[in-house]
Design a protein around this ligand. Structure first.
Ligand SMILES: Cc1cc2nc3c(=O)[nH]c(=O)nc-3n(C[C@H](O)[C@H](O)[C@H](O)COP(=O)(O)OP(=O)(O)OC[C@H]3O[C@@H](n4cnc5c(N)ncnc54)[C@H](O)[C@@H]3O)c2cc1C
Length: 406
């Protein structure tokens, strides 16, 4: 019987443990937190966006997103749904492909998974931090703060540095490096952005819908429409999280990053000018700040007018068509320089990680060291928002578990 150690009791580690044990291996999961699955519990605002029905390698970034294809096909949605049913977990499938537990509670996911893992006979050791992994001949040694144990095979499923308050560490990268694996530089993803502007903090708390265009080195990159929220440090909201992977990657590479906000994405540019002209015609005697209150959040108007160099008390009737066009242009393309992300502490995931070039994508085994496996976020694969990150963690964990038991 193969003796296997899994380092990290997160989504990938638990899934691997379950499949390896069901396939006949003797499995021990090491977790340095006092319980497993802390990120599962915190995920999706406590609801756990557990998978996406449509996941493909196009939903991932990394040096080689195609690496994920095989795993995503092995654990396609129908397979995963059946698996969830088999462990007593029913799913709520949304129209856009996102899935949540039917209970709407992340807790259900962890309870179901933990019960299945325990039924399969996996041994879970919590409060044990793995400090080193070494290999002598055909055996691995796992060193913890308390003891040293010997195993036939090892899975590194330590996740990333994102959200250290939930126990995240960079340990997996150190273990991988010690075995000669390359680490692609890591960066926070699905994270809020810091802005360089004199006014964003004065608009803190203002939430609206906008089309966000990410601009890298002067070129339009990604466009996303959704919520934005101004904050003391910069900007947050789902649309910002959605452009953050590319923004953060570009910042890490010292590229110039800015965002352009279209505050009224429901109108095209020509339409917007005529909407504003009509609005102004009906309230011609109002000051411009009052006149725009029917279109935009009031706090935003103050600073938008400041950036447009239009005094707040300007009477609407005194604006000429050119000035109205200029204002419409700013409403459609309000630019902010992005200086940083809000950091790993606030990020949901990390880009970069263990290079997939040195991993077999059909087994998750290292191409450098026999018996050493990797799964989940520790790898250089990062998903979009929408259940894709768990999707890859479950899929890669399942494959690693099955293969390790062979
Ligand atoms: C707030 C938040 C919300 C999220 N929401 C979603 C969502 O709704 N949908 C989605 O798809 N993704 C979501 N994610 C991302 C998702 O949680 C991760 O992608 C996923 O958990 C990765 O699984 P993993 O098993 O690779 O790593 P993890 O779940 O991070 O597990 C790694 C485990 O290893 C342990 N560990 C680390 N170092 C050591 C060591 N030296 N010794 C022992 N143990 C160690 C850690 O404590 C941890 O338990 C969210 C993330 C966060 C932070």
């Amino acid at each position: 019987m193969k003796k296997i150690a899994i380092i990290g009791g997160g989504a990938a580690g638990l899934m691997a443990g379950l499949f390896a044990s069901r396939a006949g291996a003797n499995v021990t999961i090491y977790e340095h937190n006092n319980s497993v699955g802390k990120k599962i519990l915190a995920s999706g605002n406590g609801r756990c966006n557990i998978i996406n029905t449509t996941a493909s390698s196009e939903d991932y970034a990394g040096n080689d997103p195609q690496f994920a294809t095989y795993a995503l096909k092995q654990l396609n949605f129908h397979y995963f749904e059946k698996f969830c049913h088999s462990i007593g977990l029913l799913l709520d499938i949304k129209d856009d492909g996102r899935c949540y537990p039917l209970s709407n509670e992340a807790k259900s996911v962890l309870i179901a998974l933990k019960s299945a893992v325990s039924d399969a006979g996996v041994s879970i050791i919590t409060d044990f931090k793995v400090t080193a992994i070494t290999k002598n001949d055909s055996h691995f040694s796992v060193q913890t703060e308390h003891d040293k144990q010997s195993y036939n095979k090892i899975l590194i499923a330590t996740g990333s540095e994102a959200a250290p308050q939930l126990g995240a560490t960079a340990d997996g990268y150190c273990f991988a490096r010690a075995f000669g694996h390359e680490i692609i530089p890591t960066y926070p993803s699905l994270v809020q952005l810091h802005l360089n502007s004199k006014n964003h903090h004065k608009m803190a708390g203002v939430k609206t819908t906008a089309e966000v265009t990410l601009i890298i080195d002067g070129k339009s990159n990604t466009k996303v429409t959704g919520d934005i929220l101004f904050t003391a440090y910069g900007i947050s909201g789902l649309a910002i999280l959605d452009v953050s992977q590319r923004a953060s990657h570009a910042l890490m590479n010292k590229q110039r990053v800015s965002i352009s906000l279209n505050l009224l994405p429901r109108y095209d540019r020509g339409e917007l000018v005529s909407v504003i002209e009509k609005l102004f015609a009906s309230v011609a005697r109002h000051d411009i700040h009052t006149a725009l209150c029917g279109l935009l959040p009031t706090k935003i108007i103050t600073y938008l007018l400041e950036d447009a160099a239009v005094p707040q008390n300007t009477t609407v009737s005194s604006l000429n068509p050119k000035e109205i066009k200029k204002l419409a242009h700013l409403i459609g393309e309000w630019r902010f320089e992005v200086t940083d992300t809000h950091g790993f502490k606030h990020a949901e995931v990390s880009g970069g990680g263990v290079s997939t070039a040195q991993i077999n994508n059909k087994t998750m085994e290292s191409k450098r060291v026999d018996g050493l496996y990797f799964a989940g976020e520790v790898l250089d694969i990062v998903g979009k928002r929408g259940g894709y990150n768990f999707n890859f963690a479950w899929a890669s964990g399942m494959i690693a578990g099955r293969e390790m038991a062979k």
